[in-house]
Design a protein. Structure first.
Length: 414
Protein backbone atom coordinates (compact mmCIF):
# COMPACT_ATOMS: atom_id res chain seq x y z
CA UNK A 1 0.00 0.00 0.00
CA UNK A 2 2.98 2.34 -0.29
CA UNK A 3 4.86 3.97 2.58
CA UNK A 4 3.24 5.47 5.65
CA UNK A 5 4.60 9.03 5.80
CA UNK A 6 2.08 10.14 8.40
CA UNK A 7 2.50 10.43 12.14
CA UNK A 8 0.35 10.38 15.28
CA UNK A 9 -1.81 13.46 15.61
CA UNK A 10 -2.77 13.23 11.94
CA UNK A 11 -5.88 15.21 11.06
CA UNK A 12 -8.53 13.85 8.68
CA UNK A 13 -8.11 15.11 5.13
CA UNK A 14 -11.07 16.17 3.00
CA UNK A 15 -10.65 16.43 -0.79
CA UNK A 16 -12.91 19.03 -2.43
CA UNK A 17 -13.10 18.59 -6.23
CA UNK A 18 -13.75 21.30 -8.78
CA UNK A 19 -16.48 22.11 -11.30
CA UNK A 20 -17.73 18.90 -12.98
CA UNK A 21 -15.78 16.93 -10.36
CA UNK A 22 -18.86 15.24 -8.89
CA UNK A 23 -21.66 13.29 -10.52
CA UNK A 24 -24.87 12.03 -9.02
CA UNK A 25 -25.57 8.46 -10.19
CA UNK A 26 -28.46 6.50 -8.73
CA UNK A 27 -26.25 4.18 -6.68
CA UNK A 28 -24.49 6.88 -4.63
CA UNK A 29 -26.65 9.11 -2.39
CA UNK A 30 -23.97 11.79 -2.11
CA UNK A 31 -22.65 11.28 -5.61
CA UNK A 32 -19.37 10.02 -7.00
CA UNK A 33 -16.07 11.81 -7.49
CA UNK A 34 -15.76 12.23 -11.27
CA UNK A 35 -16.61 8.80 -12.70
CA UNK A 36 -16.48 10.34 -16.21
CA UNK A 37 -12.87 11.46 -16.76
CA UNK A 38 -11.41 10.18 -13.45
CA UNK A 39 -9.07 13.15 -13.03
CA UNK A 40 -9.07 12.80 -9.22
CA UNK A 41 -8.22 9.09 -9.21
CA UNK A 42 -4.48 9.72 -8.97
CA UNK A 43 -4.82 12.30 -6.19
CA UNK A 44 -6.90 9.94 -4.07
CA UNK A 45 -4.56 7.06 -4.90
CA UNK A 46 -1.37 8.82 -3.80
CA UNK A 47 -3.06 9.94 -0.58
CA UNK A 48 -3.79 6.30 0.19
CA UNK A 49 -0.23 5.34 -0.74
CA UNK A 50 1.32 7.75 1.79
CA UNK A 51 -0.86 6.43 4.61
CA UNK A 52 -4.33 8.01 4.54
CA UNK A 53 -7.12 5.47 5.00
CA UNK A 54 -10.47 5.89 3.21
CA UNK A 55 -13.35 6.52 5.59
CA UNK A 56 -10.99 6.90 8.55
CA UNK A 57 -8.56 9.72 7.74
CA UNK A 58 -9.38 10.34 4.06
CA UNK A 59 -12.66 11.72 2.76
CA UNK A 60 -13.93 13.25 -0.47
CA UNK A 61 -16.70 15.84 -0.56
CA UNK A 62 -19.07 15.37 -3.51
CA UNK A 63 -21.38 18.28 -4.26
CA UNK A 64 -23.81 19.64 -6.84
CA UNK A 65 -21.54 22.15 -8.61
CA UNK A 66 -24.53 23.93 -10.15
CA UNK A 67 -25.57 25.39 -6.81
CA UNK A 68 -24.71 28.68 -5.14
CA UNK A 69 -21.30 28.29 -3.50
CA UNK A 70 -22.62 29.81 -0.28
CA UNK A 71 -24.96 26.82 0.06
CA UNK A 72 -22.16 24.45 -0.87
CA UNK A 73 -19.94 25.99 1.79
CA UNK A 74 -22.61 25.33 4.40
CA UNK A 75 -22.91 21.74 3.16
CA UNK A 76 -19.14 21.31 3.44
CA UNK A 77 -19.31 22.52 7.03
CA UNK A 78 -21.96 19.90 7.81
CA UNK A 79 -19.81 17.23 6.12
CA UNK A 80 -16.82 18.19 8.30
CA UNK A 81 -19.01 18.22 11.41
CA UNK A 82 -20.17 14.68 10.67
CA UNK A 83 -16.58 13.45 10.27
CA UNK A 84 -15.49 15.02 13.54
CA UNK A 85 -18.48 13.79 15.53
CA UNK A 86 -18.15 10.23 14.23
CA UNK A 87 -14.40 10.29 14.80
CA UNK A 88 -14.61 11.56 18.37
CA UNK A 89 -17.27 8.95 19.18
CA UNK A 90 -14.98 6.17 17.95
CA UNK A 91 -17.07 5.21 14.92
CA UNK A 92 -14.41 5.84 12.27
CA UNK A 93 -12.04 2.97 12.94
CA UNK A 94 -12.36 0.77 9.84
CA UNK A 95 -11.67 1.57 6.18
CA UNK A 96 -14.98 2.66 4.68
CA UNK A 97 -16.69 5.07 2.32
CA UNK A 98 -14.85 8.34 1.63
CA UNK A 99 -17.98 10.21 0.55
CA UNK A 100 -20.41 9.04 3.25
CA UNK A 101 -18.70 9.24 6.65
CA UNK A 102 -19.59 6.21 8.74
CA UNK A 103 -20.95 4.13 5.85
CA UNK A 104 -19.40 0.69 5.48
CA UNK A 105 -17.58 -0.45 2.37
CA UNK A 106 -16.68 -4.14 2.42
CA UNK A 107 -14.46 -3.89 -0.66
CA UNK A 108 -12.33 -1.12 0.81
CA UNK A 109 -12.12 -2.90 4.14
CA UNK A 110 -10.86 -6.09 2.51
CA UNK A 111 -8.24 -4.13 0.56
CA UNK A 112 -6.90 -2.22 3.55
CA UNK A 113 -7.35 -4.49 6.56
CA UNK A 114 -4.17 -6.52 5.99
CA UNK A 115 -1.91 -3.48 6.15
CA UNK A 116 -4.13 -1.23 8.23
CA UNK A 117 -1.93 0.40 10.86
CA UNK A 118 -2.93 4.05 10.74
CA UNK A 119 -1.53 6.68 13.09
CA UNK A 120 -3.70 8.07 15.86
CA UNK A 121 -6.03 10.68 14.45
CA UNK A 122 -6.86 14.09 15.91
CA UNK A 123 -10.51 14.73 15.06
CA UNK A 124 -10.60 18.22 16.58
CA UNK A 125 -9.92 19.71 13.13
CA UNK A 126 -9.54 18.62 9.51
CA UNK A 127 -7.32 19.60 6.61
CA UNK A 128 -8.76 20.57 3.23
CA UNK A 129 -7.18 20.01 -0.17
CA UNK A 130 -9.23 21.58 -2.96
CA UNK A 131 -8.91 21.82 -6.72
CA UNK A 132 -10.23 24.66 -8.87
CA UNK A 133 -13.75 25.75 -7.83
CA UNK A 134 -13.46 23.46 -4.82
CA UNK A 135 -11.12 26.01 -3.25
CA UNK A 136 -13.85 28.65 -3.42
CA UNK A 137 -16.36 26.24 -1.87
CA UNK A 138 -13.87 25.72 0.96
CA UNK A 139 -13.34 29.46 1.36
CA UNK A 140 -17.08 30.03 1.40
CA UNK A 141 -17.29 27.85 4.49
CA UNK A 142 -14.17 29.27 6.12
CA UNK A 143 -15.08 32.92 5.59
CA UNK A 144 -18.82 32.89 6.21
CA UNK A 145 -20.53 33.28 9.57
CA UNK A 146 -21.22 29.57 10.07
CA UNK A 147 -17.53 28.60 10.33
CA UNK A 148 -16.74 27.02 13.72
CA UNK A 149 -12.93 26.87 13.60
CA UNK A 150 -12.67 23.19 12.67
CA UNK A 151 -10.14 23.46 9.81
CA UNK A 152 -6.38 23.60 10.39
CA UNK A 153 -4.95 23.76 6.89
CA UNK A 154 -6.25 24.87 3.49
CA UNK A 155 -4.50 23.65 0.34
CA UNK A 156 -5.78 24.97 -2.99
CA UNK A 157 -4.63 23.76 -6.40
CA UNK A 158 -5.37 26.00 -9.40
CA UNK A 159 -8.24 27.73 -7.61
CA UNK A 160 -9.52 30.93 -9.30
CA UNK A 161 -9.35 33.08 -6.17
CA UNK A 162 -9.93 36.19 -8.26
CA UNK A 163 -12.24 34.59 -10.82
CA UNK A 164 -11.52 33.43 -14.34
CA UNK A 165 -12.24 34.84 -17.77
CA UNK A 166 -13.56 31.51 -19.04
CA UNK A 167 -16.59 31.92 -16.76
CA UNK A 168 -17.63 35.01 -18.73
CA UNK A 169 -17.82 32.97 -21.92
CA UNK A 170 -20.02 30.37 -20.20
CA UNK A 171 -22.24 32.54 -18.01
CA UNK A 172 -22.85 35.39 -20.46
CA UNK A 173 -22.51 33.60 -23.79
CA UNK A 174 -23.32 29.94 -23.13
CA UNK A 175 -19.89 28.96 -24.51
CA UNK A 176 -18.44 25.99 -22.61
CA UNK A 177 -15.28 25.62 -24.69
CA UNK A 178 -13.23 28.08 -22.65
CA UNK A 179 -13.84 26.10 -19.45
CA UNK A 180 -12.40 23.09 -21.24
CA UNK A 181 -15.63 21.30 -22.15
CA UNK A 182 -16.66 21.05 -25.82
CA UNK A 183 -20.35 21.97 -26.34
CA UNK A 184 -21.30 18.43 -27.42
CA UNK A 185 -19.88 16.94 -24.23
CA UNK A 186 -21.42 19.69 -22.08
CA UNK A 187 -24.80 19.05 -23.71
CA UNK A 188 -24.52 15.31 -23.04
CA UNK A 189 -23.55 15.89 -19.42
CA UNK A 190 -26.46 18.23 -18.76
CA UNK A 191 -28.83 15.83 -20.47
CA UNK A 192 -27.66 12.91 -18.37
CA UNK A 193 -28.06 14.92 -15.17
CA UNK A 194 -31.58 15.91 -16.17
CA UNK A 195 -32.39 12.30 -17.07
CA UNK A 196 -31.41 11.17 -13.60
CA UNK A 197 -33.39 13.92 -11.91
CA UNK A 198 -36.47 12.95 -13.94
CA UNK A 199 -36.05 9.29 -13.07
CA UNK A 200 -34.98 8.19 -16.55
CA UNK A 201 -31.51 7.13 -15.47
CA UNK A 202 -31.82 3.65 -17.04
CA UNK A 203 -33.85 4.58 -20.11
CA UNK A 204 -31.94 2.79 -22.89
CA UNK A 205 -33.36 4.93 -25.76
CA UNK A 206 -32.44 8.11 -23.88
CA UNK A 207 -28.93 6.84 -23.11
CA UNK A 208 -28.37 6.05 -26.79
CA UNK A 209 -29.67 9.48 -27.74
CA UNK A 210 -27.37 11.17 -25.23
CA UNK A 211 -24.25 9.24 -26.16
CA UNK A 212 -24.75 10.00 -29.85
CA UNK A 213 -25.03 13.73 -29.18
CA UNK A 214 -28.68 13.97 -30.23
CA UNK A 215 -29.94 15.47 -26.99
CA UNK A 216 -30.68 19.16 -27.43
CA UNK A 217 -30.38 21.69 -24.64
CA UNK A 218 -29.75 25.41 -24.26
CA UNK A 219 -26.35 25.77 -22.59
CA UNK A 220 -26.76 29.54 -22.27
CA UNK A 221 -29.98 29.13 -20.32
CA UNK A 222 -28.37 26.53 -18.08
CA UNK A 223 -25.19 28.50 -17.36
CA UNK A 224 -26.90 31.89 -17.11
CA UNK A 225 -30.06 31.00 -15.21
CA UNK A 226 -29.69 27.59 -13.59
CA UNK A 227 -26.07 27.50 -12.38
CA UNK A 228 -25.32 30.24 -9.83
CA UNK A 229 -21.85 28.76 -9.31
CA UNK A 230 -20.78 29.72 -12.85
CA UNK A 231 -21.75 33.34 -12.18
CA UNK A 232 -19.68 33.18 -8.99
CA UNK A 233 -16.59 32.22 -11.01
CA UNK A 234 -16.63 35.49 -12.96
CA UNK A 235 -13.62 37.79 -12.53
CA UNK A 236 -13.83 40.25 -9.67
CA UNK A 237 -14.53 43.93 -10.21
CA UNK A 238 -11.11 45.10 -9.06
CA UNK A 239 -9.90 45.50 -12.63
CA UNK A 240 -11.66 46.03 -15.99
CA UNK A 241 -11.61 42.73 -17.84
CA UNK A 242 -13.87 43.79 -20.73
CA UNK A 243 -13.03 46.61 -23.10
CA UNK A 244 -13.44 47.94 -26.61
CA UNK A 245 -11.38 50.39 -28.64
CA UNK A 246 -12.51 53.91 -29.51
CA UNK A 247 -10.07 56.07 -31.48
CA UNK A 248 -7.31 53.68 -30.48
CA UNK A 249 -8.06 54.04 -26.76
CA UNK A 250 -9.42 51.35 -24.49
CA UNK A 251 -12.91 51.92 -23.11
CA UNK A 252 -13.60 49.67 -20.11
CA UNK A 253 -16.91 47.85 -19.75
CA UNK A 254 -18.39 49.65 -22.76
CA UNK A 255 -21.75 47.91 -23.01
CA UNK A 256 -23.82 48.32 -19.88
CA UNK A 257 -21.15 47.82 -17.25
CA UNK A 258 -19.86 44.46 -16.04
CA UNK A 259 -21.57 41.37 -14.66
CA UNK A 260 -21.20 41.55 -10.91
CA UNK A 261 -19.69 38.83 -8.76
CA UNK A 262 -20.59 39.91 -5.26
CA UNK A 263 -19.68 36.45 -3.96
CA UNK A 264 -15.97 36.79 -4.80
CA UNK A 265 -15.88 40.52 -4.12
CA UNK A 266 -17.08 39.83 -0.60
CA UNK A 267 -14.74 36.86 -0.06
CA UNK A 268 -11.75 38.94 -1.16
CA UNK A 269 -12.60 41.96 0.99
CA UNK A 270 -9.88 42.52 3.66
CA UNK A 271 -12.33 42.10 6.51
CA UNK A 272 -13.53 38.76 5.16
CA UNK A 273 -9.99 37.51 4.54
CA UNK A 274 -9.26 38.03 8.24
CA UNK A 275 -11.55 35.07 8.92
CA UNK A 276 -8.73 32.88 7.59
CA UNK A 277 -6.43 33.96 10.43
CA UNK A 278 -7.35 30.92 12.52
CA UNK A 279 -5.82 28.56 9.95
CA UNK A 280 -2.36 27.16 10.63
CA UNK A 281 -1.32 27.04 6.96
CA UNK A 282 -2.61 28.18 3.58
CA UNK A 283 -1.09 26.80 0.38
CA UNK A 284 -1.80 27.92 -3.18
CA UNK A 285 -0.32 25.59 -5.82
CA UNK A 286 -0.45 27.14 -9.29
CA UNK A 287 0.97 26.71 -12.79
CA UNK A 288 2.28 29.36 -15.17
CA UNK A 289 2.95 27.06 -18.13
CA UNK A 290 0.61 28.54 -20.72
CA UNK A 291 -0.59 31.91 -21.92
CA UNK A 292 -4.04 32.22 -20.35
CA UNK A 293 -6.71 34.82 -21.06
CA UNK A 294 -7.47 37.25 -18.26
CA UNK A 295 -9.47 39.89 -20.15
CA UNK A 296 -11.19 40.30 -23.53
CA UNK A 297 -11.77 42.86 -26.23
CA UNK A 298 -15.50 42.80 -26.95
CA UNK A 299 -17.98 43.98 -29.57
CA UNK A 300 -21.68 44.79 -29.26
CA UNK A 301 -23.81 41.94 -30.66
CA UNK A 302 -26.43 41.94 -27.91
CA UNK A 303 -30.13 41.65 -28.78
CA UNK A 304 -33.07 41.35 -26.40
CA UNK A 305 -34.50 38.53 -28.52
CA UNK A 306 -31.28 36.53 -28.23
CA UNK A 307 -29.87 37.69 -24.90
CA UNK A 308 -26.33 36.39 -25.14
CA UNK A 309 -23.29 38.59 -24.64
CA UNK A 310 -25.17 41.29 -22.74
CA UNK A 311 -21.91 43.00 -21.79
CA UNK A 312 -20.16 42.43 -25.11
CA UNK A 313 -19.13 39.47 -27.27
CA UNK A 314 -15.40 38.68 -27.19
CA UNK A 315 -13.61 38.88 -30.50
CA UNK A 316 -12.60 35.49 -31.86
CA UNK A 317 -8.95 36.55 -32.10
CA UNK A 318 -7.80 38.28 -28.93
CA UNK A 319 -4.70 40.51 -28.75
CA UNK A 320 -1.66 38.96 -27.11
CA UNK A 321 -1.78 41.49 -24.27
CA UNK A 322 -5.02 39.87 -23.06
CA UNK A 323 -3.10 36.77 -22.00
CA UNK A 324 -0.69 36.14 -19.13
CA UNK A 325 1.00 33.06 -17.64
CA UNK A 326 -1.38 30.49 -16.22
CA UNK A 327 -2.71 26.95 -16.61
CA UNK A 328 -5.03 27.60 -19.63
CA UNK A 329 -7.96 28.46 -17.32
CA UNK A 330 -6.60 30.19 -14.22
CA UNK A 331 -3.81 32.72 -14.52
CA UNK A 332 -0.94 32.56 -12.06
CA UNK A 333 -2.05 35.88 -10.60
CA UNK A 334 -5.72 34.92 -10.27
CA UNK A 335 -4.77 31.64 -8.63
CA UNK A 336 -3.35 33.48 -5.61
CA UNK A 337 -5.21 34.86 -2.63
CA UNK A 338 -5.22 38.68 -2.44
CA UNK A 339 -3.30 38.75 0.83
CA UNK A 340 -1.43 41.92 1.74
CA UNK A 341 2.27 41.74 2.54
CA UNK A 342 2.93 42.14 6.25
CA UNK A 343 -0.50 40.92 7.30
CA UNK A 344 -0.99 38.12 9.80
CA UNK A 345 -2.08 35.84 6.97
CA UNK A 346 1.09 36.51 4.98
CA UNK A 347 3.11 34.65 7.62
CA UNK A 348 1.24 31.39 7.07
CA UNK A 349 0.57 31.70 3.34
CA UNK A 350 2.67 30.06 0.62
CA UNK A 351 2.38 30.21 -3.17
CA UNK A 352 4.17 27.53 -5.21
CA UNK A 353 4.50 27.40 -9.00
CA UNK A 354 4.49 23.64 -9.41
CA UNK A 355 5.44 23.60 -13.09
CA UNK A 356 8.64 25.54 -12.44
CA UNK A 357 9.57 23.37 -9.47
CA UNK A 358 9.29 20.09 -11.39
CA UNK A 359 10.34 21.40 -14.82
CA UNK A 360 7.18 20.24 -16.54
CA UNK A 361 4.32 21.99 -18.34
CA UNK A 362 1.04 21.64 -16.45
CA UNK A 363 -2.43 22.73 -17.45
CA UNK A 364 -5.48 23.14 -15.21
CA UNK A 365 -6.18 19.42 -14.86
CA UNK A 366 -2.68 18.01 -15.26
CA UNK A 367 -1.60 19.78 -12.08
CA UNK A 368 -3.96 17.57 -10.10
CA UNK A 369 -3.32 14.21 -11.79
CA UNK A 370 0.24 14.27 -13.15
CA UNK A 371 2.28 11.80 -11.03
CA UNK A 372 5.36 14.02 -10.72
CA UNK A 373 3.25 17.04 -9.79
CA UNK A 374 1.31 15.10 -7.17
CA UNK A 375 4.45 13.67 -5.56
CA UNK A 376 5.88 17.18 -5.36
CA UNK A 377 2.71 18.72 -3.89
CA UNK A 378 2.37 15.98 -1.27
CA UNK A 379 6.04 16.34 -0.39
CA UNK A 380 5.52 20.02 0.32
CA UNK A 381 2.53 19.65 2.61
CA UNK A 382 3.57 16.40 4.37
CA UNK A 383 6.76 17.76 5.88
CA UNK A 384 9.12 15.82 8.12
CA UNK A 385 9.76 16.36 11.83
CA UNK A 386 12.12 19.25 11.03
CA UNK A 387 9.49 20.91 8.82
CA UNK A 388 11.46 20.18 5.67
CA UNK A 389 9.74 19.10 2.45
CA UNK A 390 9.76 15.38 1.81
CA UNK A 391 11.06 13.89 -1.40
CA UNK A 392 8.41 11.37 -2.43
CA UNK A 393 9.87 9.12 -5.08
CA UNK A 394 8.27 6.85 -7.64
CA UNK A 395 9.03 3.88 -5.37
CA UNK A 396 6.42 5.24 -2.94
CA UNK A 397 3.76 5.83 -5.58
CA UNK A 398 3.67 6.02 -9.35
CA UNK A 399 0.83 5.74 -11.83
CA UNK A 400 0.40 6.74 -15.47
CA UNK A 401 -0.96 10.20 -16.17
CA UNK A 402 -4.71 10.07 -16.77
CA UNK A 403 -6.14 10.87 -20.19
CA UNK A 404 -8.55 13.68 -19.30
CA UNK A 405 -9.91 13.70 -22.85
CA UNK A 406 -11.23 10.16 -22.49
CA UNK A 407 -14.74 10.23 -21.05
CA UNK A 408 -16.87 7.32 -19.86
CA UNK A 409 -20.49 8.32 -19.42
CA UNK A 410 -21.60 4.89 -18.24
CA UNK A 411 -20.24 5.66 -14.78
CA UNK A 412 -23.08 8.16 -14.39
CA UNK A 413 -25.78 5.53 -14.61
CA UNK A 414 -24.63 3.02 -12.03
Amino acid sequence: MGANLLKDGLRPLVVVPGLLGTWLPASAPRGKIDPVSHIYDNLLDILKAVGYVPGVSLFAFPYDWRQDMRLLGTDLGDFIKTIRELGVSGKLTKPASMTRPGATDSVLFSLFKASYNAPKIDFSKVDLIAHSMGGLVARSYLQEGHYVGDVARLVTISTPHNGLMAAYYAAIGGDSTKIGVPPAIATNMMGIIKARELGYVRSIPLIIQLLHGKYQTDLFKIFNQQMPAVQQLLPTAKEPYLYTLADGQEVAFPYGGNPSNTFLDELNAPQSLKNLNSLEEIWCFVSASYQTRFRAQVQNNYAQTQPRWQYGEPLTDQPLQNFEPGDTLVTNRCGQLPIEDGSLLANKYRVVEVDKQIGKLLNHVEIVYDPVALRYILGQILRDESNNPRVIGAEVWNKPAIDSNKVDYMGLFF
